[in-house]
Design a protein around this ligand. Sequence first.
Ligand SMILES: [Zn+2]
Length: 379
Amino acid sequence: MPHLVQSAIQPAGIPAASGSGSRVSTQGSGAPRDGPIWRRNDMKRTMHCPSCEDGCEFRPDRRTEEREIRGETIVLEIPLWVCAECGETIADEHFGDPTEKAFDAYREKHGLLKSSEIQEIRTKWNLSQAAFAALLGMSQATINRYEQGALQQKKEDELIRACANPAHMSSLLQRRGATLSDRQRASTMAALEGVRPVLSWSALVDAMPSEVSRRSGFRAFDYNRYAAVVTWLCSNVALVTQTKLYKLLFYTDYLCFKTHTRSLTGALYRHMPYGPVPVGFGTLRAQLEEDDYISVDEAMFQNGNFGEVFRPGPKATEVEAAFEATELRVLRYVRDTLGGLTPTDISDRSHQEAAWKDTPPKEVISYEKAAELSLSIPD
Ligand SMILES: [Zn+2]
């Protein structure tokens, strides 16, 4: 005996007939159809009838239709309009695609997510279809089909449903985040932590400290200096990814402060899951790309993952900032000690720093923590 699912779908503007038993068919195929549903007179409407080739009065009716979905019979009641003159029927324009309606009825019965809910879970974490699929170990085509209305299996439904939970998504990102590009990972992390990205140049400047203090590294933020350090690192270190670049910048600024009581760029860094990250990094990166100081390319690494590689841009040599000898010494030291590390290794190393450990998540790391840095410039 197949399961029968009652569809409570009503055409727009037509109230359910109460207690008439005509609303939903609970019979299988071959069951007698309920008689015509005559409701209040104002439910009739005049429309053009293609058979009579004239404007005719139509009354609302329904027909039942059965769909087989995974071995179950779903009975749909499809609203329609019947010509009072000739009996011609016209579909109700508010009723959607019967196949979709049948899928929805099946989803409701089995507690499966709707297509729109799948999309909501994905976009909640700023994930592209490709990235969401990669995290779940599915293909992008599969996610795309589900969002277009294809019926998911129970197992896939459970995998996707779990992602609505931030703790689950966070753990998934920890375990499988390497399958994503740096940019995608940062975007999802920002969504997870509720950090709004700094979107404009003026907002970035506002976020930087105006007061020059010990906490801010005794230097106001200087975009030209920041650009000069980024282009120097991209020119002198092999395979600079976004994660790696931000750790190299952090070590450069904090080592400079530790050695000379002044940071190199004036940038501030936040405690983020993969280590310290400059405040406003997204805006800064966009500006560096726009100025042609850097170019970013997608590349495949030896482990088979795709990621972004930062290289000096066409105008990298035009950056107007000169380093003092003491600053250049710090840069070379960072290149020689940390330049060969993988993004994961340098991220792990930054997690051991008191500067990161003693700062709460998302908070700005004080330059006062530079004294405890694990590295020191040799005398
Ligand atoms: Zn007619």
